[in-house]
Design a protein around this ligand. Sequence first.
Ligand code: DAH
Length: 363
Amino acid sequence: MNDTLGTDVAAEIEAGLATLGERFRGAFAACNSEPELRAANAAILGKKGELTSLLKLLGRVPPERRREIGEQVNATRARVEACFSGRLLELAEAARKADLEATPFDLTLPGRTPAPRGHLHPITRVKDEILDNFRSLGFEVAWGPEVEHESNNFTKLAFPPDHPATDMQDTFWVHVAGAPPDARLLLRTHTSSVQVREMSTHAPPLAIVSGGAVYRRDDDPTHSPMFHQIEGFLVDERVTFASLKGVLSEFVRRLYGPNVPVRFRPSYFPFVEPGAEVDIGCVFCSLDDGTRTSCRVCKGSGWLEVLGSGMVHPAVLEHCGIDAERYTGFAFGLGVERVAMLRYGIPDIRLLFENDPRFLAQF
Ligand code: DAH
């Protein structure tokens, strides 16, 4: 062991401790953030820190002085550590205080981009409202498929085989993979097919409504190849045209207002006899102030057609296995888009299916 060298090492450590002195106090006090403080601490106690390098020399100090020098180094380290912890606490307290004194964060502020809220499509709303209306009049709600048998859509409803509605021009005939070769399937052209389905499977008394999509080869501002209908019918003993008038007048008034004029006009549908179209007084020019002739909605007539209806044809009852001598009934059908267009003043049916949020958000 080289005494001189050992003495030098002890002296070097003592000199280092003296250089460090209490300098760390000022350095820590000058730090104003935790990362800054940790960096300053690392410069002394870190792997390559000022005090750590002195500590590394300790092994080379002669044994008789090692303890004394070691104690000096450790005492310095303890003071640095205590000073560091003290300053760290001060900084945390200062940050907490600044938080508490800052303008409070308003938890009730809405987010910057609130998620847009959706709502039911106007067609769905009007359809549900109409079904609810009939439900409250005692009707039950039924459902039928959109891909239908020709017999349910046409034949059993007494359409003659060559009726123009069955034409390729009007009807979407479909081939369904796996269907029997003689199955004649189509996209239903009206919801009247639900009449056939319900009357063939249930015995009177029956009061049923149904709503849903129907399809026709039509495409212009007031016709869409896909649109929605509501169908309803009531079959029992002693049902008369007066029952039809009573129920449908009540329904129309619920839908368009209690004072709306209602009229029944003879019309033809193969599955009813007699058949009637129901008109209401034009809701756009109801006050006939002399400008009626220019009303584009009723084309100056003062009336709007809103429903098809009639007494169920005895042939239809028989096709469905219902005794037409004992039972009579009335039926009706209406377009949901037409109701929505009249109610909201929508000029073009296609707007309802383009799904432009700028349009839909208006309802
Ligand atoms: N199915 C007819 C159509 O689509 C509407 C209709 C008319 C239904 C008279 C009926 C009815 O039940 O009696 O034009």
